[in-house]
Write a protein that binds this ligand. Structure first.
Ligand SMILES: [Zn+2]
Length: 80
């Protein structure tokens, strides 16, 4: 019960969408993080230098924005 509550609190942190400088994919990180490994190419992204694409009030909102951005770019569509 308490563990669940603290996990929920973690997800309420403001979350930024960054663009990986190497592969150009988008990734999420809390605004308190300084570096992040890109889940696509594995490079270490310096979040203070990386391009910020968008920001959400929490991880959930940021992931919704990210989903929308990916749809716009066609990442989720399979080539026909
Ligand atoms: Zn990358």
């Amino acid at each position: 019960m308490w563990k669940r509550l603290s996990e929920a609190n973690l997800k309420m942190k403001p979350t930024i969408i960054y663009k990986c400088q190497k592969c150009g994919n988008y990734t999420l990180a809390a605004n308190t993080q300084k570096t992040k490994h890109c889940p696509y190419c594995g490079t270490t992204i310096n979040l203070q230098k990386a391009q910020k694409i968008a920001a959400g009030k929490n991880a959930f909102e940021a992931s919704e924005i990210l989903k929308h951005l990916k749809t716009q770019r066609g990442f989720d569509r399979k080539p026909t």
